[in-house]
Each structure stands twice: as structure tokens, then as C-alpha cells.
Design a protein around this ligand. Structure first.
Ligand SMILES: Cc1cc2nc3c(=O)[nH]c(=O)nc-3n(C[C@H](O)[C@H](O)[C@H](O)COP(=O)(O)OP(=O)(O)OC[C@H]3O[C@@H](n4cnc5c(N)ncnc54)[C@H](O)[C@@H]3O)c2cc1C
Length: 476
């Protein structure tokens, strides 16, 4: 028997790819999907903030296509940045045209300064994807070691050594790659809002593939006319035309035999030595192998035979939570096609606003649109839901994205307790110890929070597939 803890995409994909084996998925919620659930209220559909599907791996693309034929709309990105009172296209570093001249000059001069030191990856557009297993390029990033797979584990369970004293922090990476102007006007304030900490505490290892790095020509063109080049890893993506990313996990769940997934099962204890799981109602389940997509620190807390030193180590792992303020609004959307907008300025509480009806009109009733404000917070910060709603409404009115709070016909504040794993020295120190111990006990962490990584939906689908292959390989 293989027990799979959590029915998010990673757990569901593992169950799908383990077809033919005795397996059981245990999920605490009353529906599958994890972070890919959708909320439907008052005719509006909200995901747990924007969930756009990028399928680069041909095998995963073929599998998802077969599971959900004709279900997806092919969309091109329309992402923007709001600063200095104007909207500029994403990415900021290739589109400063439209910003005040002094801002453009600071950004340009700072970028040119980085080239003098040979730090910026000239022409180093970082679209090299994780899927391809590459690490972009550019001198500053190459100082960050690539993760090495754990011996005896599947290829996705990689760990990197603790940062060396000369390894650039995320803050240093920003300055070396983009220069002081871009850092001041976008990267520092935006990332402080998102990570809620001093950026010198964050390591550079999550950024190498996700932040586009234009060359000098792109930066110059962007400052004069704006750029038409499609930068970054997500210029094209898929989204369910019927509205709601939950169609994806539901399709994977529908491919499983009856009884493979049990919802409403809260795992409260794991005895790893015996591979025994206990549920909230006292029921126990035994397994030969356990796959777990539970957040790693939570797994460490509920593992009864985990050595105390490892439990203490797991408590050092940090994450950021996100509060989503979901709003249903009368009338047409405030922007003709924007799908999301970034907000670096500190005066506004949200770091990003999503406009779901730009993905498909099915997200709202006729004559309405919807907005999702994302507010990052540390688990130890309590901002209060009511205060977040008030601050969001005021911020939307001040930026012209909402004509009046009276136009809002639906409002709901939803928290995502674990949203972004923090990449820091503790993460690099702690993960190898925890992964080793769990793997030695036939307990395999997977998925975004099991592997404690910055992973996409596709990555999690791939984890499930690779975990199944790992089990099959060992059985052989
Ligand atoms: C704000 C935000 C935006 C995102 N946007 C995108 C995007 O645009 N594109 C993209 O590709 N990816 C995006 N992602 C990432 C994507 O959501 C995740 O990578 C993926 O959904 C994670 O799947 P998972 O199965 O690993 O984890 P989860 O979805 O977290 O699944 C874990 C499951 O375990 C269950 N569980 C937890 N504890 C217990 C317990 N004790 N007992 C039983 N069950 C338990 C949970 O209920 C959950 O169902 C985004 C993530 C966030 C936070």
C-alpha cells in the first residue's frame, strides 16, 4: 500500500501515475485540489489568486491535453506595473517609457554601471526554464550552486549546500543584475512587500529562472519607446475556458478509481518508523511507502518519532502567507485587457491585483468584473481581515481601478497560510537533514510545500509522476 498525504496536484498526479498499485490519498479538506481549488459565490469564480498554467514538459502537456481535451483557452500575457501614477507594461526593466524622465535616467545609468563591472548577464534573458534543468546565465547567478539530488531519492528532491560567505544575497543579486535605479524603483520595494523581510536575508537561488534579464539594447529601447519583446517564462499560458483552475485537479481526480481519494481526512500523526498514519478521528492506516505533500514544517510537527534536533531544525523554515481580497464589481473592468498588475509602492497594501475576467468572462456574471488584491504577510503579523478590505478598497479607488466602493457587490477575504517558501540560509541548512531522515524511513516529501520549493502547477504534476516512477524503479 502507498499512502499519499494531500490531494493537491502533486498527490493526485502521484495517485494517477501509480495506477495498478494499491494506493490511498488522504485529504483534510472536503474537496480535492489544494491550492488549485476555486471559490464560487454570487456568480463569481475566484482561484486562490491567479493560477495560470504553463506546460513546457511535452509529456505533462500531452497527459493534461488527454485528460481535458479542448478545455483550455490559449492566452497571451497582459501584465502591468503601477508606479509613479502610471501603468507600464511588464517587465519593468524593459519598459520604463512613460515613467518620469528622472526615473528612467536613474534606471538606465544604474544598469550601465553594472555592465562596467561585468555583473549583468548581457543578453541574459532568463527564460531558461526549470523544466529544462538549466540555470539561466550571468555571473551573479552562477555563484548560486545548483541543487544536487539526494542519493536514493527521486531526481526532484535536490538540496544545495549552505550559502558560502561570498554567495550574493537576493539584494546583492538585484543590485548586480539591474543596478541601483531599477532596484530603487521596482525590485527592492516590490520584493520587500512580497517577502516581508530584509532582502539581504533572502538567498538568490529562487530568482535565476523567474526574473527576466534584458540586455542593454532592450533596456534602452524600453526607456525610449517601450519593448515589444515577450520576456520571461510566462508570455503564453493556458486557462480553463469554463472558468476556475479547479477544473484541472478535478479532471485528475476523475481519472482515478472510486475510493482512491478520501476527503475529510485530517492527518494528525505520522509514525515514520512504522509508516503508520493517524487521522483526527483516531483511524490509522499502514503503508509500505508514504508520499506526502503536507507542508514540511507541519509534517515535522506531527511526526512522532522525528528526533528532537530535526524538529527544532524544521521550525527554522520560513514562509510568507498571502491574503486574497476577492471583489465582485458592477460594470466593465477598469482596464481593457490587463490580467494582473504589480504594485511596488509601499503606500498601497497590495503587491498585485488580478483581474480574473480578463482570463475568461466566465469568471463573473454578465455586466460585472472581478478584482483580487494580494497582500503578503508574515505568519506572525496580524493585519486583520476587515482592515485589509478597507485598505484595499481605498487603494483601488486611489489608483483609479475602482470608481467607488458602492460598485462592489461581493467581497470575501481568504487567507493562504503557506503561500511562498522563503529561500534563506536556514532552508539550505535544514532541507538535506530532513529529506534524508524521511527518505530513510520510506516517507517521500513532494510538491511545493513537501519539497519546500518555489514550484508551479506543472512542477507539482511532474513530482507526482516522478514519485510514481521512483517507486516503480525500486520495486524492480
Ligand atoms: C499565490 C499563489 C499563486 C500561484 N500561481 C500560480 C500560477 O499562476 N501558475 C502555477 O503554475 N502555479 C501557481 N502557484 C503554485 C501552485 O499553486 C502550486 O505549485 C501547486 O498548486 C501546489 O500543489 P501541491 O499538491 O504541491 O500542494 P497543495 O495544493 O498545497 O496540496 C497539499 C494538500 O495537502 C492537504 N493537507 C495539508 N495538511 C493536511 C493534513 N494534515 N491532512 C490531510 N491533508 C492535508 C491540503 O489540504 C492540500 O490539499 C501559485 C501559488 C500561490 C501561493
Amino acid at each position: 500500500m502507498v499512502l499519499i498525504l494531500g490531494a493537491g496536484l502533486a498527490g493526485l498526479s502521484a495517485a494517477h501515475h501509480l495506477q495498478g498499485r494499491d494506493r490511498l490519498v488522504l485529504e483534510r479538506h472536503d474537496e480535492v485540489g489544494g491550492l488549485c481549488r476555486s471559490i464560487r459565490e454570487d456568480g463569481f469564480t475566484f482561484d486562490l489568486t491567479g493560477h495560470l498554467l504553463h506546460l513546457r514538459d511535452p509529456e505533462i502537456r500531452a497527459w493534461v491535453g488527454a485528460l481535458m481535451p479542448d478545455a483550455f483557452a490559449d492566452l497571451s500575457r497582459s501584465a502591468w506595473i503601477h508606479s509613479h501614477g502610471v501603468l507600464t507594461p511588464y517587465p519593468f526593466q524593459a519598459n520604463t517609457a512613460g515613467l518620469p524622465l528622472s526615473v528612467r535616467m536613474e534606471c538606465l545609468l544604474g544598469f550601465i554601471e553594472t555592465l562596467k563591472h561585468g555583473d549583468a548577464g548581457a543578453g541574459a534573458e532568463a527564460d531558461a526554464s526549470k523544466a529544462a534543468g538549466t540555470n539561466g546565465s550571468g555571473a551573479s547567478v552562477s555563484a548560486v550552486p545548483d541543487p544536487v539530488p539526494l542519493s536514493g531519492g527521486p531526481e526532484f528532491l535536490g538540496t544545495a549546500p549552505e550559502p558560502a560567505p561570498d554567495e550574493p544575497s537576493f539584494l546583492t543579486w538585484i543590485h548586480r543584475t539591474f543596478g541601483a535605479g531599477f532596484a530603487k524603483h521596482f525590485f527592492e520595494p516590490y520584493n520587500r512587500k512580497l517577502w516581508r523581510r530584509d532582502l539581504s536575508e533572502v538567498t538568490g537561488d529562487w530568482v535565476s529562472w523567474s526574473i527576466p534579464r534584458p540586455d542593454l539594447g532592450d533596456v534602452l529601447r524600453g526607456a525610449v519607446t517601450g519593448s515589444e519583446k515577450a520576456f520571461g517564462y510566462n508570455p503564453e499560458f493556458l486557462y480553463p475556458a469554463a472558468g476556475g483552475i479547479d477544473h484541472l485537479p478535478q479532471a485528475v481526480a476523475a481519472s482515478l478509481e472510486d475510493g482512491v481519494v478520501r476527503t475529510g481526512c485530517d492527518v494528525v500523526a505520522l509514525e515514520a518508523g512504522a509508516r503508520r498514519v493517524t487521522l483526527g478521528d483516531g483511524e490509522t492506516h499502514d503503508a509500505e511507502t508514504i508520499l506526502t505533500s503536507l507542508p514540511l514544517p507541519a509534517l515535522a510537527r506531527l511526526t512522532t518519532d522525528l528526533p528532537e534536533a530535526l524538529r527544532a531544525a524544521a521550525a527554522e523554515l520560513s514562509h510568507v502567507s498571502v491574503r486574497a481580497v476577492n471583489l465582485g464589481v458592477k460594470g466593465p473592468p477598469p482596464h481593457p485587457d490587463a490580467q494582473w498588475i504589480y504594485f511596488p509602492e509601499e503606500a498601497l497594501p497590495f503587491h498585485r491585483i488580478g483581474l480574473p475576467t480578463a482570463l475568461t468572462p466566465a469568471m463573473a456574471p454578465a455586466g460585472h468584473h472581478s478584482l483580487v488584491a494580494e497582500i503578503a504577510f508574515r505568519p506572525d503579523e496580524d493585519r486583520g481581515a476587515e482592515a485589509s478590505l478597507d485598505a484595499t478598497l481605498a487603494g483601488l479607488v486611489s489608483t483609479g481601478l475602482l470608481a467607488s466602493p458602492h460598485d462592489v457587490v461581493h467581497a470575501r477575504v481568504v487567507d493562504i497560510p503557506e503561500a511562498y517558501v522563503v529561500f534563506d540560509a536556514a532552508r539550505r541548512r535544514v532541507l538535506p537533514q530532513l529529506f534524508r531522515w524521511f527518505l530513510d524511513h520510506e516517507v517521500l516529501p513532494l510538491g511545493r510545500y513537501g519539497a519546500w520549493d518555489y514550484l508551479s502547477m506543472e512542477d507539482c504534476l511532474r513530482h507526482g509522476k516522478q514519485a510514481a516512477e521512483w517507486i516503480a524503479g525500486r520495486a524492480r
